[in-house]
Design a protein around this ligand. Structure first.
Ligand code: SF4
Length: 427
């Protein structure tokens, strides 16, 4: 009996899929190479964009056709809007909300395996032997108007720090070399349990101490912080521990205060830039990425100009630029008109990409001639060269072989373009 999982969307969904995989293996399923070999197929849904929802419908229709000829169980889990739940129940055999994942054995009525008490107790079946995703919270209280997460995942709930630290210790003892702490808004970790839990800086400090003392070299990343809640204390902790990677994803979303207000981001561009400057003054080698939405409801050409200015000022290494599309269930979809045309969104996306290309190139060129550690990830199908990532998650290409996958190697950077560094092994 085999299972196949389709995690759509972000790293949090991928981490959830690893726990769902464990539950399926508890009841005797093993991983299938492809969905056509599977007896049970699950989709870990993303309701962030309409296109992601359309993908879910497209897939389940194909699977349901297969059911005439073979026995196949289908289920959906992950980010599900309450309004979609009933529709999904008509299409899938099971709708498994995240807090129901531990009950998968009972839901499948097989073997009577003992189920863990809660979602976090599940030991995930990791997809990598050297990179571990560790969720520290679920849900979000921020209610950005373009986002449906507070409605799909619910209000913010912090995982117990004892649980998180136990999982960190476990992956370190198993030799993992890169840990990514995941949450919708990591800076507010613990604030939902005042007096009971560590807050984010304290949690990061404890994790940094464990990782610094591991026998292997380790990098710990976290994503995503919220500019409004980022503190000097978090950055001081990050600067203190060698294992806490010098990388920061600080989502800007827009460079105009009126647009930020309509997005309900609850910070100003000026505050954002203060946080960014503070991060760079505490950790001068910090690699910084950001998230931007272009063409948000009512964004005028003048307001977009402010985003261009902010992009220039931010000197980013990387940016995840999204063209706004209404997200089902989000406030903006009901309250604001999607006024910017598709063509204009494409143009604004290209304009920002050009700015990014320039700042990323300038930042990358500063690394030429330097020797930096790289964690080797895979081989490039296109070039046949090996690919790894720097501490700041920059892609690095070099000549080598697959035996290096999962290892840290020192690399002399010989060349750089906007999106990649090129180097040679330094002995
Ligand atoms: S911080 Fe905003 S964008 Fe991020 S998950 Fe929460 S509501 Fe969504």
């Amino acid at each position: 009996m085999k299972y196949f999982l389709h995690p759509l969307g972000c790293a949090t969904n991928k981490a959830d899929a690893e726990r769902i995989a464990t539950m399926l293996e508890t009841v005797g399923y093993s991983a299938a190479e492809s969905e056509k070999d599977a007896n049970i197929i699950g989709i870990v849904a993303c309701s962030i964009r309409q296109s992601a929802i359309d993908r879910i419908y497209g897939k389940v229709h194909n699977w349901n056709k297969r059911k005439d000829a073979e026995q196949l169980i289908t289920f959906v889990s992950g980010c599900i809007l309450p309004a979609d739940e009933k529709k999904f129940l008509k299409l899938f055999d099971l709708v498994v909300k995240l807090d129901q994942v531990p009950q998968i054995p009972q839901m499948l009525k097989e073997y009577g395996a003992v189920a863990p008490q809660n979602f976090w107790e599940i030991n995930p079946r990791r997809n990598s032997t050297f990179k571990a995703l560790i969720p520290i919270q679920n849900g979000c209280d921020k209610f950005c108007t373009y986002c449906a997460v507070p409605y799909t995942r619910g209000r913010e709930v912090s995982r117990s720090s004892a649980d998180i630290l136990a999982e960190v210790e476990r992956v370190l003892s198993e030799g993992y070399k890169q840990i990514t702490l995941l949450g919708q808004n990591v800076n507010s970790y613990g604030l939902d349990k005042p007096g009971e839990e560590l807050h984010f800086a304290q949690l990061l400090d404890a994790i940094g101490t464990l990782a610094d003392n591991a026998p292997q070299k380790v990098w710990v990343h976290y994503t995503s912080p919220h500019p409004r809640d980022m503190t000097a204390e978090v950055l001081d902790v990050q600067a203190k521990h060698p294992s806490l990677a010098n990388y920061l994803n600080l989502p800007l979303q827009s460079g105009n205060n009126d647009v930020l207000k309509r997005m309900n981001r609850r910070y100003t561009v000026e505050h954002y830039m203060e946080v960014l400057d503070m991060a760079r003054s505490k950790i001068p080698t910090m690699t910084v990425s950001t998230d931007i939405i272009v063409g948000f409801c009512g964004e005028t050409p003048e307001q977009f100009e402010k985003t261009i200015e902010a992009m220039e000022r931010g000197r980013y290494d990387l940016a995840f630029i999204a063209q706004y599309s209404p997200r089902p269930g989000a406030v903006a979809e009901k309250r604001f008109e999607d006024t910017v045309s598709k063509e204009e969104k494409v143009r604004r996306d290209k304009t920002l990409t050009e700015v990014l290309k320039r700042t990323a190139l300038e930042n990358n060129q500063r690394l030429v001639g330097k020797i930096i550690p790289v964690l080797v990830e895979n081989a490039s199908r296109k070039s046949g060269m090996m690919l790894g990532r720097s501490e700041g998650l920059k892609s690095v290409e070099f000549a080598g072989d697959e035996s290096l996958i999962g290892q840290f190697i020192d690399m002399k950077i010989t060349q750089a373009d906007s999106w990649r560094l090129y180097g040679e092994k330094y002995i």
